[in-house]
Design a protein around this ligand. Structure first.
Ligand code: PLP
Length: 316
């Protein structure tokens, strides 16, 4: 992935500044101890409408603020205000491309000592962003030897910075072993999720995905895919515990996430999933999702916030 231009405008310390001016001390609490909570939001540029659609942005901010409560991080803005701020960030950068938005709330004291205090800060960065993984031909995934962090250790649902050491270890191991991506098991051996994505299986025409009580991140793409599968394809969607060997006998498998979107998995642990090719359900869901996030399906326009719209209305 390309280096981000230092001229990119970001929101930092309650104002818009170029990225090069958004600096923190090396003693920052979150940098030393992982005490931050982040989000990942995508925006899709639709050439025909000359519009950039932020996807389920208010829901991402609701999740962010809820997760901040886990670390007792307090932010001064509500989801509607954060959404407005994000649209303005897009406009200030004049982005006419697909983007990724990274909000980050963090314990900002610059001192030694792991106990956190009440000094909190946040920043929002937006940058042009293409494919996170090239999954057109389907991914090869490997079950990680690293187990997923437990809710009672570092809650995975919290999108807490420090918990991503777990994902980094698993992702690194997977790539070194020749896989494209890792699949985590829970401490008690059930299928959990990818390093930065939720996971679905297709078995006998039903979609199956691990429950939110199995240490997963409560994915927003996961919710979108469940809705698309039910409404557009009439599929049954079952949230239940998933055994490891179900990965080997499933008809299809795929990851979902803001960054990975819908990424089919065609091999797990060197065994083909189904016939070893990208499956029909994943292909159909990918098309529905791609159309929905670009504003091409009216039923899902409610998911989208047009970043340029407000400014155009004001200028008219
Ligand atoms: C560990 C983990 N699981 C799942 C997801 C997918 O969540 P969402 O669809 O809300 O992006 C992510 C996204 O970054 C993640 O980091």
């Amino acid at each position: 992935m390309k280096e981000v231009s230092p001229d990119t405008i970001v929101y930092f310390d309650n104002r818009f500044v170029p990225l090069r001016e958004a600096q923190v001390s090396i003693l920052t609490h979150a940098l030393n101890y992982g005490t931050g909570v982040f989000e990942g939001i995508r925006g899709y540029w639709e050439e025909k409408e000359q519009e950039l659609f932020l996807v389920r942005v208010e829901e991402h901010y609701h999740r962010w603020l809820r997760n901040c409560r886990i670390l007792r991080l307090e932010l001064p803005l509500d989801p509607a205000q954060l959404t407005k701020l994000t649209s303005e960030l897009i406009r200030r950068n004049r982005f006419c491309d697909n983007v990724y938005v990274r909000p980050l709330a963090y314990k900002s004291s610059a001192r030694i000592g792991v106990h956190p205090d009440d000094k909190d800060a946040f920043a929002i960065v937006a940058l042009p962003f293409g494919d996170y993984l090239d999954s057109r031909q389907g991914l090869h995934a490997g079950v990680s030897s690293w187990r997923r962090v437990e809710d009672n250790a570092i809650p995975g649902r919290g999108k807490i910075c420090g918990a991503y050491v777990n994902s980094a270890l698993a992702g690194d191991e997977a790539r070194r072993n020749g896989y494209d991506e890792a699949i985590f098991l829970t401490e008690d051996g059930h299928v959990c999720e990818g390093a930065a994505a939720n996971i679905f299986l297709v078995r006998d025409g039903s979609l199956i995905t691990p429950p939110v009580t199995d240490n997963i991140l409560e994915g927003i793409t996961r919710a979108s895919v469940m809705e698309l599968a039910r409404r557009e394809m009439g599929l049954e969607v079952i949230e239940r515990r998933v055994d490891r060997t179900e990965l080997y006998i499933a008809d299809e498998a795929f990851f979902t996430g803001t960054a990975v979107e819908i990424a089919p998995i065609v091999r797990v642990d060197d065994r083909p999933v189904g016939n070893g090719k990208v499956g029909l359900v994943a292909t159909a869901l990918r098309q529905f999702y791609s159309d929905a996030v670009r504003g091409r399906l009216s039923a899902y326009r409610r998911w989208l916030t047009p970043a340029y719209h407000d400014a155009r209305v004001a200028a008219a």
